[in-house]
Design a protein around this ligand. Structure first.
Ligand SMILES: *[C@@H]1O[C@H](CO)[C@@H](O)[C@H](O)[C@H]1NC(C)=O
Ligand SMILES: *[C@@H]1O[C@H](CO)[C@@H](O)[C@H](O)[C@H]1NC(C)=O
Ligand SMILES: *[C@@H]1O[C@H](CO)[C@@H](O)[C@H](O)[C@H]1NC(C)=O
Ligand SMILES: *[C@@H]1O[C@H](CO)[C@@H](O)[C@H](O)[C@H]1NC(C)=O
Ligand SMILES: *[C@@H]1O[C@H](CO)[C@@H](O)[C@H](O)[C@H]1NC(C)=O
Ligand SMILES: *[C@@H]1O[C@H](CO)[C@@H](O)[C@H](O)[C@H]1NC(C)=O
Length: 444
């Protein structure tokens, strides 16, 4: 059954996919996993940051767990030299990268990992370095020559004549949710906007180089990116920047929980880089953060200095059960909300109280994830009839994806579990087959 299912599902995917699948037919099919410098280092980067991250990814077992990209964020170019006046190429900052970006990439590739870089669909990057608008082709060719495998493409310094007719702004950073967040007519075609066009230009430039470069759009959800992101890149940011605080994680969860149907193979809602290891997240909050990012099939890009990471954070980042759910080869869709918790649907504008109950299938069975947004431990319950894929008439074994142990006994009809404040339960339900008799049944 397993093999048949794999064959038929992938045949279907190839059938509808065609135009948007990456050139090698595999890059970007599943959410990207790796490291990005921004959350921990901001502009304070050098080759050493990336070589250290790469070495740690290998030695800590993160490479074996599936992490592969080592991504440079903003501030890698030379602010004075800008672009080479004869070739038009961006000049890297050789004080930070003495052997050039290509030199760093060669060393990262040597370790069996991939190299990512950052640019911007405007005249400058957010930190004021050269942007790629009007230079898409030369920049794509340069990145390709350097051995780049991933491009994060930001949205700062957009010239006035490229602004959209209508706005659509989602800002979880300042948490400005006041309506109207858009002034466009309800049937407005966001895929024909100037914002979309700026991102198509780099998509088309990347298509011309003979290297497969995973294309991550970072327009913070503007111009309703989820409606054209899948035709453009392999992931798209939905919100403003993340921060290492619970009250900055929950707005992202809240908002993304209304966009889950846009994600599937080759196109992923990007909830921003992980803050595991940063700030003051508790152990429970760290589990909930990583677990929800994995369950909602966001890219999993570590954003902390790996040479300083603690055991608890590392164990969370290496949890093979959540990684396997995120990277499932057969089921491309993310979890879905199946019940709110604490009363009725409060909508995505509720910053700190997103829905608490999510479920989705993997090759292993049906998974249920339960978040506790309150400040005290809660008993959380649901009926099997509420969960797509669970049959209230059948018996199930329940497995805890954090402890890696089965819960004692079998369960049917309903299930309850205590969830700590700001924690996330991760459960796998597998049916107990009836009438399976041992060879010796009835012999004695
Ligand atoms: C996004 O595009 C890919 C590749 O064409 C396709 O497999 C996937 O189903 C699309 N996602 C959605 C949500 O339509
Ligand atoms: C290119 O020309 C500009 C303006 O003359 C100059 O500031 C810059 O340093 C030059 N860049 C290089 C790489 O020579
Ligand atoms: C990087 O590019 C420079 C300039 O084109 C070249 O001299 C150098 O050999 C390259 N380094 C590697 C590791 O390919
Ligand atoms: C904005 O102006 C530039 C330079 O004149 C032009 O190349 C570009 O096409 C304009 N953008 C739009 C969306 O019209
Ligand atoms: C973490 O920091 C935030 C913001 O400064 C604060 O509101 C919160 O109480 C802190 N949480 C913990 C667990 O220390
Ligand atoms: C979010 O939901 C909680 C619980 O219902 C409510 O107390 C709070 O006021 C809501 N916040 C917003 C911004 O709607």
């Amino acid at each position: 059954m397993g093999i048949l299912r794999v064959l038929s599902t992938s045949a279907l995917v190839i059938g509808v996919a065609q135009a948007l699948v990456t050139k090698d037919g595999k890059t970007g099919r599943l959410p990207a996993m790796g490291f990005n410098s921004w959350n921990a280092f901001k502009c304070d980067i050098s080759e050493e940051v990336f070589l250290t991250a790469a070495e740690e990814i290998v030695s800590l077992g993160l490479k074996d767990a599936g992490y592969e990209y080592v991504n440079i964020d903003d501030c890698w170019a030379d602010l004075d030299l800008w672009r080479d006046n004869s070739t038009g190429r961006i000049v890297p900052d050789y004080k930070k990268f003495p052997d050039g970006i290509n030199g760093t990439a060669a060393k990262v590739h040597e370790m069996g990992l991939k190299m990512g870089i950052y640019s911007d669909a405007g005249e400058k990057t957010c930190a004021g370095y050269p942007g790629s608008l009007y230079h898409e082709e030369i920049d794509a060719a340069t990145f390709s020559d350097w051995g780049i495998d991933y491009l994060k493409y930001d949205n700062c310094y957009v010239p006035d004549n490229w602004t959209d007719t209508y706005y659509w702004v989602i800002d979880t950073y300042t948490r400005v949710y006041e309506a109207p967040y858009s002034d466009a007519p309800a049937d407005w075609d966001w895929s024909a906007t100037n914002t979309a066009e700026r991102y198509y230009r780099m998509r088309d430039a990347l298509a011309k180089v003979d290297r497969v470069i995973n294309y991550g759009l970072c327009d913070w959800g503007q111009a309703l990116v989820e409606t054209w992101g899948n035709a453009t890149g392999q992931s798209w940011r939905l919100t403003g920047d993340i921060g290492p605080y619970w009250n900055m994680l929950m707005p992202i969860v809240s908002f993304t929980s209304y966009k889950l149907e846009y994600g599937n193979f080759f196109g992923h809602n990007d909830m921003d880089m992980l803050e595991v290891g940063n700030g003051n997240l508790t152990e429970a909050e760290t589990r909930a953060h990583f677990g929800l990012w994995a369950a909602m099939k966001s890219p999993l890009l570590i954003g902390t200095p790996l040479d300083l990471i603690g055991e608890i954070d590392l164990t969370v980042l290496k949890n093979w059960e959540f990684i396997q759910f995120n990277q499932d080869p057969v089921f491309g869709e993310s979890v879905r909300r199946f019940k709110w918790g604490n009363g009725q649907d409060r909508g995505w504008k509720n910053e700190t109280m997103p829905a608490e109950y999510y479920a989705g299938p993997s090759v292993r069975g049906i998974h249920v994830f339960i978040l506790n947004v309150l400040d005290t431990t809660q008993l959380k319950s649901f009926d099997f009839s509420e969960v797509p894929g669970l049959d209230p008439k059948k018996k199930y074994k329940v497995h805890d994806m954090w402890t890696h142990k089965d819960l004692p006994g079998t369960y049917s009809k309903k299930f309850s579990i205590k969830v700590e404040s700001h924690d996330l339960a991760g459960l796998l339900f597998t049916e107990v087959k009836k009438g399976k008799r041992s060879l010796f049944d009835g012999w004695f």
